[in-house]
Every structure is written in C-alpha cells, then in structure tokens.
Ligand binder design. Structure first.
Ligand code: ZN
Length: 272
C-alpha cells in the first residue's frame, strides 16, 4: 500500500460514522491520524475514547474546535472563555496535543472589536493551555465567514496575532480551503513555518460553483485549489506534520462512507 503515514482525517469528514466506526475504518485502511470533533465525543468518556483511538493504532492529532470568543455581552464572553478552558481539559484527557480555534465573529459587532475580543480570549486561556501542555491553533477562515464565524480571515492576521501573544503554546492552523485565494499566501506561509508556528495543515477543495457556503466542500481534485503547490510551500521550510482531510459535504455524507473513505485515500494520493 502507498504511504499514508501522514494522512489524518477529521471525524466530521465522515460525519455519519460514530467515532468507533471511524477509528476502525480509518485504521483498517492505513490512515495514520485522526482529528476529533468535539461532537464525536458526546456521551462518551473522553479519556477512554482517546485510548480506544490509540488502541486502533491512530495518532490523535487535534481536538476541534474551540474559540468563538467575541460576544456583545461581557457575560457571554466569560462563558466562551469557560467553555474553552473545559475544551483544553478535554484535549488533555483525549491525549490530543492541539486544540483548534475557530476564533468567532458576531454580526453587528465591528470586526476590529471582534479581533480585540479574540485576542483577549486567547490571552485568557493560554496559561491553562500551557499548564496542561496543550497547544492552541488559530485557524483563519475564508472571509465569507467574517460575519459569524471568524474575524481572523488571512494567514497574516493569524501570524500577527501569534507574534503579538508570543507563546510556545500558540500557533497557526493552515487550511487551504480558507486561504488559497490570498495573494500573500506564499510569503505568509513561509513566515509561519520558518517561525515554527505551523501546527496543522488542512486540505479539501473549492468547487465551482460552490452551492452551499458551509456544506459543499470538495474532495481534493474536485476543485481549483493548487494543493500541491501550497503543500510545497508548507514543506519547503521543513513542515513534516500530518496532512488533514477536513471536508463538510452533504453530498459526500449521503454516500456510503466506506466508498467515500476509499475516494479520500485515492484523492490524497493523486492530488495532495
Ligand atoms: Zn480547517
């Protein structure tokens, strides 16, 4: 079998499977890593789930996803911080070294204010992350999500925030779906990797037309993202971590997930 030693799949990619099914099938197909969405752990003992994944031979790459810091009311910002502190504990129990942060945004709240609150929120949880040995990864999202999901939309913004907060436990999550369009992508990617701040690399593809802003991501090769070129930038400065397939797609979720998993592996080998 071809080398899948750096292939990681997010549980959300095969959403119809519960985490036990995903672990068994990923492992059986030679997938090396798994990133766990919080929803996949619902109703389960987190520590035991982490052990179950390791027993299946999988590396637990990250817990997804914390963040969502901005809110109009101070009490809601406090609730978000408390929730993130719990997620850091969950990541530690799961044995995941990284908590991915989707930073958040609120319609009607100025983006500058959202960014200030995001920075304050991350600063508030960093000491607990450091105490637990968990890294936090700031994932910039495509600007189409600037209304309600993230006010951090470019790799430069994420790099700048990581530089300002200067912590060994803070870095960047690089997702080609969100970043491929950015004219500064090469230079900011090199800056991120050279600074030792690249914590994760996510892949999928951008379809034309994209029929749903959230649930119509493509499999690698379905769309127009130059994944190999971006990967070469990421690796030119020494990134050797996992390459994580993260796809939300109502079309692929409607498919037999065993067939879909085979397609993921074929696409990974052909287009990544
Ligand atoms: Zn991602």
């Amino acid at each position: 079998m071809d080398n899948l030693s750096r292939l990681c799949i997010h549980t959300i990619t095969t959403k119809p499977w519960d985490i036990e099914d995903a672990a068994r099938e990923y492992s059986r197909h030679g997938v090396a890593g798994i990133s766990v969405w919080r929803e996949a752990l619902e109703g389960r003992n987190v520590r035991q789930s982490g052990q179950m994944l390791r027993d299946a031979g999988l590396t637990v790459v990250s817990l997804v996803r914390g963040g969502f810091f901005p809110a109009a009311a101070r009490s809601d910002r406090r609730t978000a911080i408390d929730d993130n502190l719990k997620l850091i504990d969950e990541a530690a129990e799961l044995g995941a070294p990284l908590l991915v942060l989707v930073c958040g945004a609120v319609p009607g709240l100025a983006l500058e204010e959202c960014r200030r609150q995001i920075k304050d929120g991350i600063a508030a949880i960093l000491p607990h992350a450091a105490a637990c040995g968990i890294k936090l990864g700031v994932e910039p999202l495509h600007p189409m999500y600037a209304d309600s999901r993230s006010a951090i939309n470019t790799l430069k913004q994420a790099n700048d925030m990581v530089a300002e907060l200067a912590s060994d436990h803070l870095g960047v999550v690089h997702d080609v779906y969100h970043l491929w369009w950015d004219p500064d992508l090469r230079s900011e990617t090199l800056r991120c990797v050279q600074g030792g701040n690249l914590l994760a690399f996510h892949v999928s593809d951008w379809k034309t037309p994209t029929e749903d802003l959230l649930l119509d991501r493509g499999l690698m090769g379905d769309g127009c993202i130059p994944i190999r070129k971006i990967r070469s930038w990421v690796e030119s400065c020494g990134y050797e971590g996992f390459i994580e397939v993260e796809i939300f797609s109502s079309k692929y979720w409607a498919m037999d997930q065993k067939v879909f998993l085979t397609k993921i592996i074929e696409a990974y080998l052909a287009y990544v």
